[in-house]
Write a protein that binds this ligand. Structure first.
Ligand SMILES: [Zn+2]
Length: 305
């Protein structure tokens, strides 16, 4: 039976030793398989997360939890896997805690700080009673903010939320979700350094990790970022590989049943695994052991009815 790690020790070790562990959003069955496969093959810990939108798309958080657990069993996954709710509202966080996610992010950035803090405390209590990890967000990490990027988190808020007991802290340092705009000014390392100094033991989280230049990612990790959220990068990898399949007319190859969804989703799925392996090398995530393992797709199954 699959077991979800809460990741607390994994991310603390990452912060202490100046590397990061990727947190990857899932969107469907193929995505989940691609993430698990790349983690197993690189022998690195994996955090799979679902946004509230993905929760609705996939048929509910229970589907995501059961699907991930069942795939871990059928794929014989032996690296630690953390299952996290990404940017949860209060109700979703409570639901995922009760369902057995091992980690939840409560995103109360739209609330006044007092209320955000009070709700975060409630989530922490519910989660910690069950050994579940909690991430909070300070400083709004939105979308489409222009060249300045997202709002900067305050050092005072960082201290407040850490004192309340959060296990991981997402802080706005000029990062945003989605594709970075032309002329984006980059991450604010000064603020990251101030926050890292104020909360020296808590793993810091970089949202919107897709599209940040490698040297900035590496510098952020050296200053205390231990978890990097990646979603857009893999969506683009999936899109590009899928586009190539159609542009090459492979979907129209009736003799080889190129129209079969299992075939036309495969290049994109493999592109996600490849993109993830690349990110792992950027983040310096060490392998948990030296076991060589292939968790490749059963290609023969593509030709079965
Ligand atoms: Zn985010």
């Amino acid at each position: 039976m699959a077991y979800f790690d809460n990741g607390n020790e994994i991310f603390k070790q990452a912060r202490r030793n100046h590397y990061a562990v990727g947190a990857y959003n899932t969107n469907n069955l193929e995505w989940t398989k691609a993430l698990l496969q790349a983690a197993e093959e690189t022998r690195t810990p994996l955090l799979i997360q679902a946004s509230t939108g993905a929760g609705k798309y996939m048929g509910g958080y229970k589907v995501i939890k059961d699907l991930t657990a069942d795939l871990m069993d059928s794929m014989d996954i032996s690296v630690p896997v953390i299952l996290n709710l990404d940017h949860g509202d209060y109700d979703s966080a409570v639901e995922c805690i009760k369902l057995g996610f091992s980690s939840v992010m409560f995103d109360g950035h739209n609330l006044p700080t007092d209320e955000n803090l009070a709700k975060t405390r409630e989530i922490i209590k519910l989660a910690h009673e069950r050994g579940i990890s909690v991430e909070a967000e300070i400083g709004k990490i939105g979308e489409n903010q222009g060249a300045d990027g997202g709002e900067l988190a305050s050092v005072a808020d960082a201290k407040l939320f850490v004192a309340a007991g959060v296990d991981k802290l997402a802080c706005g340092i000029g990062n945003i979700h989605g594709v970075y705009p032309e002329g984006w000014k980059g991450l604010n390392f000064e603020r990251l350094q101030e926050i890292a100094t104020a909360v020296p033991d808590v793993p810091l989280v970089l949202h919107g990790g897709s599209g940040i230049p490698r040297e900035q990612v590496e510098k952020a990790i050296s200053l205390g970022i231990a978890k990097i959220n990646i979603n857009t990068e893999f969506q683009l990898a999936f899109q590009s590989a899928t586009r190539k399949y159609f542009e090459a007319g492979k979907d129209q190859d009736k003799a080889h049943k190129g129209y079969d969804p299992r075939k036309l989703l495969l290049p994109g799925t493999e592109a996600i695994s490849d993109a993830m392996k690349e990110m792992i090398s950027w983040m310096g995530t060490p392998s948990i052991d030296s076991k060589v393992k292939s968790a490749g797709f059963d290609r023969a199954s593509l030709n079965e009815e």
